[in-house]
Design a protein. Structure first.
Length: 357
């Protein structure tokens, strides 16, 4: 069985794709984003997968790839096109190569036009193609920089994507309208740039008159991506929180285990976000905890010192996760959720005030 997840970076409207083999738990990640590396690691972790490789479909101009960060943390191989000009990858692929993950694989198809080193990735049974910035949903990638060529892109799409089965799902590298997927038949018929009866001259005329401004991150992204996303003086590696032993969750919050909280209990604020009746109820409370019910958090957050780490606590860890996300939105940075809440704190035998035997 195939494991499949479509992920989005909202700032750059970039899609990343995780594909895994359910039997072996091996997976690959297509077009990861630098700022989302912690999220992607958490997803791989929580699903019990082994990230064997990251694959960049081209040298991106609108975001920095997360490949180097994931390689550093998870030892995943970095895979790019041989024609990309990228330095430091673990494997360079070309048209016709296969990228395996367990019993499944992706076939590499060279699809230049957006850049000279663009590739598309076709799933082994031809039910999916990951088209990067070549073919988008009712659109295409631009062709006006990075050795772009409307002539090459037209041929790439016609010969390498439109020759796939009509039912083959197309997953693009970006979408700016919130669309997620299309298929070969739809794009053949309805893509306004090269679908229907449009020919090469029609397509080139369309692309040559787009008059687009350059991507905002191009001066930052391209140099970094030519080195697989490795940070330099203009790009800092994200720092893990160091005030305690924390784990980042796919939900977007830092979690702390009871044992780790006990080690730092004297140097953090413990905020219990349950209701008053629960705070005084049978599960008891952590001795240093302060009661701020979740519904009052935004009103009372100004009474919290942003320089002191905060651990949010509830019955099970659900409401306190929401509290952490609220505090994050309010600008707090040293925040964590007690994983498992008071239920786990009690089961593991840590001290409480009140409660019942």
């Amino acid at each position: 069985m195939l494991i499949f997840r479509q992920l989005v970076d909202q700032q750059s409207s970039t899609y990343s794709y995780l594909l895994g083999d359910a039997a072996s738990k091996k997976c690959v990640l297509i077009d990861p984003v630098f700022e989302q590396a912690a999220r992607d690691r958490a997803m791989v972790d929580e699903m019990g997968l082994q990230l064997v490789a990251t694959i960049d479909t081209h040298v991106h101009a609108d975001h920095v790839t997360g490949s180097w960060l994931l390689h550093k943390r998870l030892k995943s191989e970095i895979i790019v096109s041989r024609s990309s000009g990228v330095e430091g990858a673990g494997r360079y692929v070309q048209h016709g190569d296969s990228i395996g993950f367990g019993e499944r694989s992706l076939l590499v198809r060279a699809t230049p036009g957006h850049t000279s080193g663009c590739i598309s990735l076709v799933l082994d049974d031809q039910t999916m193609v990951f088209s990067g910035d070549c073919l988008l949903i009712r659109g295409t990638g631009r062709t006006d920089f990075q050795e772009g060529s409307p002539q090459l892109m037209f041929r790439s799409i016609q010969d390498q994507i439109f020759t796939l089965p009509n039912s083959c799902l197309i997953y693009p590298g970006h979408d700016y309208r919130g669309l997620t997927v299309t298929n070969v038949a739809e794009e053949k018929s309805f893509n306004p740039r090269l679908g229907g009866e449009a020919n090469l001259e029609d397509f080139c005329g369309y692309m040559d008159n787009l008059k687009l401004s350059h991507p905002k991150q191009i001066n930052r992204a391209v140099p970094a991506n030519l080195k697989c996303g490795q940070p330099d003086g203009h790009l800092a590696e994200p720092k893990d929180q160091s005030w305690a032993d924390l784990t980042y969750s796919f939900a977007g919050a830092w979690d702390i285990k009871p044992s780790a909280l006990e080690e730092v209990l004297s140097s953090v604020h413990v905020i219990d976000v349950r209701e008053a009746s629960e705070f005084e109820g049978p599960l008891g409370r952590i001795p240093t905890a302060r009661l701020i019910p979740l519904g009052q958090l935004e009103k009372l957050n100004k009474t919290l010192d942003p320089d002191v780490p905060i651990v949010a606590v509830c019955r099970s860890g659900a409401r306190s996760t929401q509290a952490v996300l609220h505090l994050k939105a309010l600008g707090f940075t040293k925040i964590a959720n007690l994983a498992g809440g008071m239920l786990r704190w009690n089961v593991e035998g840590y001290p409480v005030l009140g409660g019942s035997d």
